[in-house]
Design a binder for this molecule. Sequence first.
Ligand code: PLP
Length: 395
Amino acid sequence: MNFETIAIREQSERSANSEHSVPVYLTSGFTFDDAEHARAVFAEEEQAFSYSRYNNPNTDELVDKIKRLENVDDALTTSSGMSAIFGALAPLLNAGDHAVVCRSVFGSTYQLFSNIFGRWNIGHTYVPADDCSCWEDAITPQTKILFVETPTNPALDLIDLKWAADLAKRHNLILLVDNTFSTPYLQRPADFGADIVLHSTTKYLDGQGRTLGGVIGGRQDLIDKIRPFVRQTGPCLSPFNAWVISKSLETLAIRLDRHCANALELAKRLEAHPAVERVKYPFLKSHPQYELARKQMRAGGGIVSIFVKGGLTEGKQFLDGLNMCSLSANLGDSRSIVTHPASTTHSKLSEEERLSVGISQNLVRISAGLEHVDDIWNDLKTSLDQLVGQTVLEG
Ligand code: PLP
């Protein structure tokens, strides 16, 4: 079956009511036939639902879809993207271990390695996304993990997934890929050799900015280590959120086609605007890794990053001049969102740290929504046009 069909037709078993759309199982627990059945379920001799912190028909349906869409052995759901990332890393790392981490990972992932794991004597070395030549040197005998995100947020640099998987294999490391930006529709890290694939479903998998959620998928032996940790520490996905996210997957392909088409068109128009210094978008020919993007992604994704001419003042003026696009820190929504990373999502980093991941004061991230592209463009252009008249640009 094709991606679209799996995302629609993979479904929980119908109940006795023969419903067409899967119901929400809002129940914290399930009943047993008798005492022996209860014992057997807890001993994992029989498969049945027992408690929604473990799983539930709604989370199971989402898991079954992710397994097939990401082409992974097994998967589990969590309450947010960060609980998926923490829940996958914590059981795979012990005190004394070390991780090699692509420096431009999501801000909270960066904080996890910088401020939390260090207290448990788990070390890390950050490596640059735009220069892989030093990655191998960062690996020590204690290194267990290689953690990457591609494309990176918001610099939109790419990691060659096949190359990273080969490097991990040569050094016996576990490769974890945060695939939130691309979704399995645009890129399947496991096909290139990734061991674990992670998602914040809060972004494109939900796609309408309603729920928080996370997914961990990957190799069976690794999921078998991760599952007890997540079950026992408790960051479970609510059945309602699982239902919303699973329903959203039914439209993922069609939504992503439009997100990507809008983003590419906006990227081309932005490149030609006099108030824009530079545009980063993986499927623009001017992107330094255009060939790699074509090789490992189906399309360029829904995010476009631009550097407005000038600095912080111009970046903020651009945001303040918008009428329709939302000013929000989220992305992957049906509504277009414009974010200034230096003063919001990445404000906790020092200026030096920000520059090392390609975030200058004039970088603005645009999450292209599903509105008509001309309406998004009119909003962006009206605000950019106001910058063109300013003396700083005329100079
Ligand atoms: N990974 C990436 C790439 C993200 O963009 C985000 C959130 O913005 C996360 C992880 C964390 O996800 P959540 O906010 O669902 O915890």
